[in-house]
Design a protein around this ligand. Sequence first.
Ligand SMILES: [Zn+2]
Length: 112
Amino acid sequence: MKVLPGHYPWCSRRECIRHATSATEHQGPLNELPARGRHGDRKLPLLHSRLTHVRDMCPDTEISVTFYDEGTTYDAAEADELIADFETFLTGLKAQRAQLGQAAPAAEQVTA
Ligand SMILES: [Zn+2]
């Protein structure tokens, strides 16, 4: 892929934004977790992330993570923590998934 002058190799070429201050907000491609189940008809993904950088506002590239329409940015150390948290979450989600469909317990016996 051709890298445009003044842009990062990861830039999503049409999505970088030129602000009125003449600062460029560089944006990478979206990484999306689609909404499914009861929220599957929503237009927004459940979660999405992308690389972003505005030289005048932040010294380094960050990862912007948005849950529906609420978002925040993470530097490298914060992204490492977020990744570890996701791995823990996925482990828990897989364990819960394995327990779906288990037979209901027998009725509890009430002792007086
Ligand atoms: Zn760019």
